[in-house]
Design a protein around this ligand. Structure first.
Ligand code: MSP
Length: 523
C-alpha cells in the first residue's frame, strides 16, 4: 500500500546573524512533527533552508567587508552545523541563491506577468529593511515599522506590482471554508481585521535600487522582491519550475508551513494569493507559532550582557546535550502562544524532568529487572493482576492516545506533557506497588509490576524519541528497537516476555545548578 505523504516546512532563515534559540524553536518543532509522522509510518518530506537575497543580507556582508556570496557560504555552513548539533533531520536544504531556484523564480515571475497579475507602476511609500516589508504612511506606528518598531525609509521608484487587491474576497472565503487553513484561529481574526477588511493594496514586487536579488527575466534592471523569491522556495525545492518536478507532483500541497507569528501575513495572505494566481493547490495549513521570550523580548542576541542568560545553543548543546535544548523549547512554549525562557528554569528542568522523571525511572526499573529476573522480561500473570495494575495500564493507554491525538493538531507541548504523564505515573506505580516488598512476598505480582513498568517505559520512549534524539534511542536499543514505530506501541502488552534488557548508564547527569549558573556567567 502506498504510504500517506506528509510535507512540512520551516521558514527559510535570513543568514544575517548567527541563529539563536529563538530560530531553533521553529526548526525543532518541525523536526519533531516530521519524526513523529515518520514514526506513524508516513512518507515525510521535511524542508528547511536560507533566504539569501535582499537589501538586509547585502548590507550585513558589506558591513563585514566581505563579498556577499563568501559571507553567505560561511554563514550557511554555521547554520548547517547547528542543525547537525540539534539532530535536525531535514530532507532538503534550499538556498535561494541555488541556480535551480533562481531560474524557477524568474519563470514564475514571468508567468504571473503573462497571466496579467503583475503590472508596471510607480512605488512610493516606506520600506523597513530588517523586515524587508513595504508600508503605507497610514500603517506606520509613530512613523516607525509597525512590526519591529525600527526606522523606515521613504522610497519612490518604478516597480512591478502584484494585483493583491483582487484577492480579498477569495482569501475571506478560503478562511471561512477551511477553518484549518490558518491556525491558531486568533491569527485569522488578525489577518481579517488588520489587513483584509481595511482593503488589500497591490504589492510592490520588484526593486530597481536593490541589486542583490533575482533579476526580472524581461526587464533585468528590476530585481524580484525578496519575499516573492522566498515564498516560492516551498515549491522550487520540490523542482517546480525546473525540468524535474517529480517531487513537486509527489508532495505538493504542503501539509504544514510552520512559521513565527510575525510572518503569518506573508504566508496567509500573499502566499495563497500568488498560488491562486498560478492555479496551484494551496497548502493545507499555516500554523503561526508564538515567540520564545527573554525578559519579555523576542530573543535576538547570543548572550545578554550582565546576566546569566545564555541563549546561544552552541554554548548549551556541548555542555548539556541536544536533548535538553530540544526539551526546553518544546516544553516551554505552549503551542501558538509565547513562552518565556530563563537559563535557571532550563537547568532545573534538566534535573527534575529529564534526570529524575525519565532517566531515574529507566535506571531503577532496569536495575530491578536485573536484580529480580536476571535482566529477562518476565511473563505477566493476568490472574494475579490487581486493580492498581489495571488502573496503571489504562492511564498509560490514555496518555498514549492523547499524546498521539495532540500531534494531529501539532500541539507539541501538550503531547510532550502526556508522554511525561506516563513516566510520572510509572514512578508513582513503583512507590505504591513497592516491588522490593513484593520480591519477598509475591513473585507473581512482582512479575506484573515489572512487566507493566517496562512496557510503559517502552511506550513512553517510542513517543519521546521524536522529541528528544539522544537518550531515548539508547533506551530503545536496550529493548532491541532500532527505529521506533507505531507498531511497537499499538497495544499495551506487545513487549515480548523473555526479551533480555541490559542496564544502561546514567541518561542525564544531575546538575549542581548554582555551580552551572556561575560558570555560565563567567563564559
Ligand atoms: N526569511 C524569513 C522567512 C521567509 S519564509 C518564506 C524570516 N527569517 S528569520 O530568520 O527572520 O526567521 C525565521 C524563523 O525564526 C521565523 O519563523 C521566526 O518567527 C523564528 N524566530 C526568530 N526568533 C524567534 C523567537 N524568539 N521565538 C520563536 N521564533 C522566532 O522571517
Amino acid at each position: 500500500m502506498e504510504k500517506e505523504k506528509f510535507y512540512i516546512t520551516t521558514p527559510i532563515f535570513y543568514p544575517s546573524n548567527k541563529l539563536t534559540l529563538g530560530n531553533c524553536y521553529t526548526t525543532i518543532i518541525c523536526d519533531t512533527i516530521a519524526r513523529f509522522n515518520k514514526m506513524l509510518g508516513k512518507d515525510v518530506f521535511y524542508l528547511t533552508g536560507t533566504d539569501e537575497h535582499g537589501q538586509k543580507i547585502a548590507k550585513v556582508a558589506q558591513d563585514k567587508g566581505m563579498e556577499i556570496k563568501k559571507y553567505l557560504d560561511e554563514n550557511i555552513l554555521d547554520t548547517k552545523e547547528l542543525w547537525k548539533m540539534l539532530h535536525i533531520d531535514y530532507d532538503y536544504f534550499i538556498r535561494t541563491t541555488d541556480e535551480q531556484h533562481e531560474k524557477a523564480i524568474q519563470k514564475i515571475f514571468t508567468e504571473l506577468y503573462n497571466r496579467g497579475y503583475i503590472y508596471k507602476g510607480k512605488y512610493s511609500g516606506h520600506y523597513c529593511t530588517p523586515c524587508e516589508s513595504f508600508w503605507t504612511e497610514a500603517q506606520l506606528v509613530d512613523g516607525k515599522c509597525p512590526d519591529c518598531g525600527r526606522d523606515v525609509v521613504y522610497q519612490e521608484e518604478e516597480a512591478y506590482f502584484f494585483k493583491l487587491s483582487e484577492f480579498g474576497d477569495k482569501l475571506l472565503k478560503l478562511y471561512e471554508d477551511n477553518p484549518n487553513f490558518l491556525q491558531p484561529t486568533s491569527r485569522v481574526n488578525e489577518m481579517v481585521n488588520n489587513f483584509i477588511k481595511p482593503g488589500l493594496q497591490d504589492l510592490c514586487v520588484s526593486r530597481t535600487t536593490v541589486s542583490w536579488g533575482v533579476p526580472v527575466e524581461f526587464d533585468p534592471k528590476h530585481t524580484i522582491y525578496v519575499w516573492i523569491d522566498a515564498l516560492f522556495n516551498y515549491v522550487t525545492a520540490l523542482g517546480y519550475g525546473s525540468n524535474n518536478d517529480e517531487l513537486f507532483k509527489k508532495y505538493w500541497p504542503a501539509d504544514l508551513h510552520l512559521v513565527g507569528k510575525e510572518i503569518v501575513r506573508f504566508h496567509a495572505i500573499i502566499w495563497p494569493a500568488l498560488l491562486m494566481a498560478l492555479d496551484l493547490p494551496l497548502p493545507k495549513q499555516i500554523f503561526g507559532h508564538g515567540w520564545l521570550l527573554f525578559g519579555g523580548q523576542k530573543l535576538s542576541k547570543s548572550k545578554t550582557a550582565g546576566t546569566t542568560e545564555v541563549i546561544d545553543p552552541r554554548i548549551l548543546i556541548p555542555r548539556y546535550g541536544a536533548d535538553s535544548v530540544r526539551y526546553i523549547l518544546l516544553r516551554e512554549i505552549p503551542f501558538g502562544s509565547d513562552g518565556t525562557y530563563s537559563t535557571e528554569n532550563y537547568l532545573k528542568h534538566i534535573n527534575t524532568d529529564l534526570c529524575n522523571d525519565f532517566g531515574n525511572l529507566v535506571n531503577r526499573t532496569f536495575a530491578m529487572l536485573k536484580k529480580y529476573f536476571n535482566g529477562v522480561v518476565p511473563t505477566p500473570n493476568k490472574q494475579e493482576e490487581t486493580q492498581q495494575d489495571v488502573d496503571f495500564i489504562n492511564t498509560v493507554e490514555n496518555a498514549k492516545t492523547n499524546a498521539i491525538n495532540y500531534m494531529k493538531t501539532y500541539d507539541v507541548s501538550k503531547s510532550l506533557t502526556e508522554i511525561f504523564t506516563i513516566f510520572n505515573k510509572a514512578n508513582k506505580y513503583i512507590e505504591n506497588s513497592t516491588p522490593w516488598e513484593l520480591a519477598k512476598s509475591n513473585q507473581e505480582e512482582l512479575k506484573n509490576v515489572l512487566y507493566n513498568l517496562l512496557e510503559a517505559i517502552k511506550i513512553g520512549t517510542v513517543l519521546l524519541a521524536s522529541f528528544l534524539t539522544e537518550q531515548p534511542s539508547k533506551v530503545l536499543n536496550a529493548y532491541g528497537i532500532e527505529k521506533p514505530s507505531i507498531e511497537d506501541i499499538e497495544k499495551f502488552g506487545s513487549l515480548k516476555s523473555g526479551t533480555v534488557i541490559k542496564e544502561i548508564g546514567v541518561l542525564y547527569p544531575r546538575l549542581d545548578i548554582e555551580k552551572e549558573l556561575k560558570e555560565l556567567s563567567n563564559l
